[in-house]
Write a protein that binds this ligand. Structure first.
Ligand SMILES: [Fe+2]
Ligand SMILES: [Fe+2]
Length: 466
């Protein structure tokens, strides 16, 4: 069980107790008070289908609210457990409910199946960002994902509020929460800003790269008020892979997530420790069964969530699984605006064209597509027409006096003499940090600014105007 799943289970136990302690009279009054919101919930929806639920145990009763909405023109539907999913069926006036799964009353199997415009959702706990703790079976999360209702409204007693519900990638946030104390708007930008400043750093190469990155990241976090820092770490251990000790150095200096690439497993220990390091991401299009994960969801200090996806290109690289299918799978599990407040895709590959194709393919659906692997920054950091920030390659963090971060003597000799010789050693001069800094839009999670970042002795220095 993941740590989020464990904390959800503990919270479930606590909230069941707390909810059950609401006195019966207060419970009845609370349910009636919900009707005050029926008109405002229906604003802008013409003859909507509203799905409710039949309350069980200590759930707040939506009956009065549903009846009131029906008077304002809504058609009512109720959920029916069908296999591992909820089907919503119209609840026709005068038709009795039939006992269904879990002994809960459900519409008869013959009632028409509908897709609700407005979904009333029961819950155990909620937070002000729409985080919902359900009962653990995932019925409502799946229903929201597949049906995409125009409005999701969690119903709860005010005492069911917590500071933050632990969320997993499949959990869906609600648009509104309605309690006996009123309506809470949890949608993007309603309660507080979800605009974010994100810094992505290219391949950290050997000691020169590690030194400049661990020096600069704490300063840049402060100076630019960064919400998240992500870095590619595939060359961190003397140019070849990453060790767990180096990963700890990165996490301690303020990097939130580390991506990899074709050098993921150069340090064999990574095949083992990646499974206990949720913030280390290897390419998502490795074959099924590869250790680790192809995406991770990080939470910023303000509670916003950033999905980080790593992909490997297939042109002029070893053959891997389809990067298109892999990224679609990750985005479907964690769409922008529903689960993630920002999405960063590290497209690790050789070919310029392949990186640009990925940028255009994901344009408008992710915050940033950034290329890594060539260790040389391209001058094309910009925002594409659909709102996704893009840079073909963000360059490395390392010693640019060498050849792609390695001491230049052996590569130059080998190029001239065409014979095998010594090892490629990491360059040892001062490092230059390269990356891209973006700011995301509060409402959409797409980019509103994108700027190349370069700090160090070898290249022209640049950065965002923050
Ligand atoms: Fe690299
Ligand atoms: Fe690479």
């Amino acid at each position: 069980m993941t740590s989020a799943a464990e904390s959800k289970e503990a919270l479930r136990r606590a909230m069941r107790r707390q909810r059950a302690e609401v006195p019966v009279e207060q419970r009845r009054l609370a349910s009636e008070t919900l009707t005050n919101a029926s008109r405002s919930l229906l604003l802008g929806l013409s003859a909507p289908i509203v799905s409710g639920y039949v309350p069980i145990r200590a759930e707040i009763d939506p009956g009065a609210l549903m009846a009131s909405m029906e008077r304002y023109g809504a058609r009512l539907a109720l959920p029916r457990v069908e296999g591992d999913r909820l089907a919503f069926r119209l609840q026709l006036p005068g038709t009795p409910l039939v006992p269904g799964a879990y002994g809960i009353g459900e519409p008869a199997a013959g009632s028409p199946v509908v897709v609700p415009d407005l979904m009333l959702v029961p819950l155990l706990a909620f937070d002000r960002r729409g985080g919902r703790l359900g009962y653990g079976a995932g019925y409502y999360d799946r229903a929201i994902t597949t049906m995409q209702p125009r409005l999701t409204v969690g119903l709860a007693f005010a005492c069911q509020e917590v500071a933050a519900v632990p969320m997993e990638t499949h959990d869906r946030r609600l648009d509104l929460i309605l309690t006996e104390q009123g309506l809470i708007d949890c949608r993007r930008g309603a309660a507080h800003s979800r605009s974010m400043r994100i810094l992505f750093l290219g391949d950290i190469c050997g000691r020169p790269g590690r030194t400049i990155v661990t020096q600069q990241v704490p300063l840049l976090r402060q100076r630019w008020k960064l919400d998240a820092v992500i870095a590619n770490g595939e060359n961190a251990a003397a140019g070849f892979g990453i060790t767990e000790a180096i990963l700890h150095e990165f996490l301690e200096c303020g990097i939130d997530a580390v991506t990899l690439g074709n050098h993921s497993w150069d340090q064999r220990e990574a095949l083992v420790f990646i499974d206990r390091q949720p913030r280390l991401v290897r390419p998502a299009n490795y074959p099924a069964g590869t250790p680790g994960r192809g995406a991770t969801l990080i939470e910023t200090a303000s509670g916003a969530r950033v999905l980080v996806v790593n992909l490997l290109g297939r042109l002029f690289m070893e053959a891997f699984d389809d990067s298109v299918r892999a990224v679609e799978r990750e985005l479907e599990a964690c769409p922008l605006g529903q689960v993630a407040d920002a999405i960063v895709v590290d497209m690790h590959c050789e070919a310029t064209s392949e990186k640009q194709v990925m940028g255009h393919m994901l344009d408008g659906r992710v915050s940033l597509v950034v290329g890594t692997h060539t260790h040389t920054p391209s001058a094309d950091a910009r925002i594409l027409s659909g709102g996704t920030a893009f840079q073909t390659d963000t360059g490395m963090c390392g010693d640019y006096a060498g050849v792609i971060g390695f001491d230049r003597r052996e590569p130059v000799r080998r190029y001239i003499e065409r014979t095998p010789g010594g090892r490629w050693e990491s360059a040892s001069g001062p490092g230059t940090l390269c990356g891209i800094a973006i700011e995301t839009d509060d409402r959409t999670g797409l980019a509103v600014s994108a700027a190349r970042v370069c700090i160090g002795p070898e290249l022209e220095n640049c950065g965002p105007a923050w």
